[in-house]
Design a protein around this ligand. Sequence first.
Ligand SMILES: [Zn+2]
Ligand SMILES: [Zn+2]
Length: 272
Amino acid sequence: MPTGHLRVLFFLLASLPLALLEWWWRRRVARLGYDGKAALTSLAIGVGHVLSALLTAAAIAAIYALAWRLAPHHWPLRDWRTWLAGFIAVELAYYGYHRASHTVRWMWATHAVHHTPEEFTLFAAIRLGWTHLLSLGWLFYLPLVVAGFDPRLVGALLAFDLHYQFFLHTEAVGRLGPLEYALNTPAHHRVHHASNPAYLDCNYGGVLIVFDRLFGTLREERADEPVRYGLAHPLPSRRPAAIVFGEWRRLLDALHVAHGPRETLTALFGRP
Ligand SMILES: [Zn+2]
Ligand SMILES: [Zn+2]
């Protein structure tokens, strides 16, 4: 839906003042420094993400429309209970999508782009992959449509989820008291972006953190283990194209040296 992506673009522009405020805070108050070049790289990759999403939106929308036609029951859009159930269902689907994106190499190839920033800022939030259609992350929301949730509702709730997560990418916000229990917060998401072995593969939630509690993937930020951001195995180049296709290249290299169907399958779908 093009209007959806225009909304994302508008959101990014509206968020610019906040990103500037963070820039000032990091440099003048917290004395953390600010990698302006990395921020510009994130901006370039973010723009590319919106363009790639625009190009592939029609294909994904057509598949969702087909699933909607096959759904045996349609839950009414004008009922708050549909939205409440839809919200929880989308959060669960997002958890599954995000966890798979970290554990299945084919999906990691796209998602890894978001984990390349070595400085945790609001700009890092928009560093998103360009190959979402190929990595099949959108498959995770298809069962919701088949279960009778209108694709427009799924799209709106997913957009809310992703917009919410923009605000999590900052070191300027500490812990948020009782909110930490139910919601994904900057503290939870900092740990998710950590490359320290002690913090790997945790905190997959979108808006809610409750599914991490439920499925045992929650880890708390520890004072004795400062977070190191970025990939556990950093990419050799910081050029946008090298970042966007870096993990695909590694996947192809692994395929190249794989012997037999077992090693080929591991190279494609094993753990990154
Ligand atoms: Zn992630
Ligand atoms: Zn993130």
